[in-house]
Write a protein that binds this ligand. Structure first.
Ligand code: PLP
Length: 495
């Protein structure tokens, strides 16, 4: 017998007449042969099954086209189906796909380039992996082996991967509760609130104050006798590294004040702690600069890179100060496919495309244009509580009321489904499930931005009407109906 939430999902699929035939068959297969646990079912009630993609558009198995504002969670920054990548893949595959595990020319070319294009005017080294979690896992090992210290500082809402090691750092949406009885394996991780100014844990709405408070709290705790990391009275500090997303991504695309990283750098230097940036989503041009941390001008000791580096094939890397890598003996941190020739050739081509197409500059320009369109959208729609945007990194927070800031969870669930129905795929997320992130390829045009916002504007208007947002009374009947229809997503949203 099917167990929850499978049964719920199967029932919903059966009940939803709008699901087209091949999508229905594929979803049935998915629910029969895979597990919903391997997909983010928080996006839509019945996700379209995507078969192909070109540029910023994807097409489902029934031939319906959508604007892609998810891009494999910021993996397809150069867009889908770039012919230049396809050609390199074909050539490199015929030449050499993989050779375990010694360097190949493409691999050496890539590591040199990564050293050149990452911030920091010091000797660097690179470690290559396949997934983001691979890279963060390697970092957990590297910083501890290098410093001889066990403790790590990370932030609530951070997403750093889902394997047993990285799950200790990842606190996004309370996923831990879903994994019980598998506890986080790493109990040397100490978590602090992130400067999410709109709902700041330190009770300020000023972005600069939120950044200041977030860093000062860590300092105060470290300097006190009451913590698991340091005891300065006894001359002990066991903290190896601070690991942080320069802007929080999966938690809802939240952009802290630039002072945050500057203050973190000062804190790290004061306490002799390594500073590590997880640029797996904020990197590769997404924010209008090559690396998200460049907005604050802060240089980390180590940086994790992934997703868009591979332009659609698995590739990740750790780049940083050479000395941090020095204690790793031969084979101490390797895996079979790491640094495979095919992936390195593709990553090199992706970096070529960044140069040839001037992608970072283009992203910054289209981001400036988007800022204007977004300001109008905010003015017009009371459902929008706030937003964070830079380049084509965009998170929008929906509220029932701008004064009370009550999260508009049900409204956002409906909005997310309605956007899909209107031909735009975007991801719902946020600390309270009431944010949407829009992360199209970074090479979109102004026309693409207009098309995106035309749909978003229309759909938002409809949702506001449906829930009487901006009107004195919100109809509880509509809320009750949505609650009944969307039970699994509401449960998931409280993850
Ligand atoms: C910031 C960040 N770090 C790490 C990861 C983990 O990457 P992967 O899913 O490739 O393991 C992700 C994935 O979304 C991420 O966004």
């Amino acid at each position: 017998m099917a167990i929850q939430p499978y049964e719920d999902l199967l029932n919903k699929l059966e009940a939803d007449q709008s699901v087209t035939p091949k999508n229905r068959e594929a979803l049935n297969d998915f629910l029969t042969y895979e597990t919903p646990g391997s997909c983010l079912y928080t996006k839509w009630t019945n996700p379209p099954i995507i078969e192909s993609g070109k540029g910023n558009k994807v097409t489902d198995v029934d031939g319906r086209e959508y604007i892609d504002c998810i891009t494999g969670m910021s993996s397809m920054n150069i867009g889908h189906g770039d012919e230049r990548v396809a050609q390199v893949m074909q050539e490199q595959y015929m030449k050499l796909s993989h050779w375990f595990d010694f360097p190949t020319p493409e691999r050496l070319k890539l590591v040199k380039r990564l050293c050149e294009i990452t911030p920091g005017d010091f000797d660097k080294r690179v470690w290559l992996g396949l997934s983001g979690a691979d890279a963060i896992d390697a970092i957990l090992r590297l910083v501890r082996v290098h410093t001889g210290k066990s403790q790590i500082i990370s932030f609530y809402g951070g997403y750093h991967g889902q394997n047993i090691g990285t799950m200790s750092l990842t606190t996004k949406a309370g996923m831990h509760r879903w994994y019980s009885p598998v506890p986080p394996a790493d109990n040397g991780v100490n978590r602090f609130p992130y400067p999410y100014a709109y709902r700041c844990a330190y009770n300020t709405t000023s972005e600069a104050e939120s950044a200041k408070a977030a860093v000062e709290a860590i300092d105060r705790i470290l300097m006190s006798g009451e913590n698991t990391m340091a005891n300065y009275a006894a001359g002990i500090n066991n903290v190896a590294a601070i690991i942080v997303e320069p802007m929080q991504c999966s938690a809802g695309y939240i952009k802290p004040h630039n002072d945050f990283l500057r203050r973190l750098r000062e804190l790290a230097d004061k306490h002799g702690i390594l500073l590590v940036f997880d640029e797996i989503q904020t990197g590769m041009g997404r924010t209008g600069k090559m690396w998200g941390s460049e907005h604050s001008g802060v240089v980390p000791d180590l940086m994790a890179v992934g997703k868009a580096l591979g332009g659609g094939v698995p590739m990740s890397a750790v780049v940083g100060r050479a000395e941090i890598f020095e204690k790793l003996g031969p084979g101490m941190s390797s895996n079979t496919y790491a640094g495979y020739a095919l992936g390195c050739a593709v990553a090199n081509k992706v970096l070529d495309i960044f140069e040839e197409d001037n992608l970072v500059e283009r992203c910054a320009q289209v981001g400036e244009y988007m800022a204007g369109v977004l300001a109008e959208y905010f003015e017009k729609h009371p459902l929008v509580g706030s937003y964070d945007q830079t380049g084509v990194f965009l998170g929008i927070e929906y509220v029932k009321d701008r004064d009370t800031k009550e999260p508009a969870l049900q409204e956002t669930i409906v909005l997310c489904d309605a956007l899909r129905d209107a031909g735009l795929l975007a991801q719902r997320n946020g600390y309270y499930g009431n944010r949407m992130s829009f992360i199209p390829p970074i090479n979109i045009t102004r026309d693409d931005v207009d098309e995106m916002f035309r749909i978003l504007d229309e759909v938002t208007t409809k949702v506001e009407e449906q829930f009487s947002i901006g009107k004195p009374e919100v109809t509880s009947e509509v809320e009750a109906q949505v609650a009944a229809e969307h039970q699994p997503e509401l449960v998931q949203s409280s993850m």
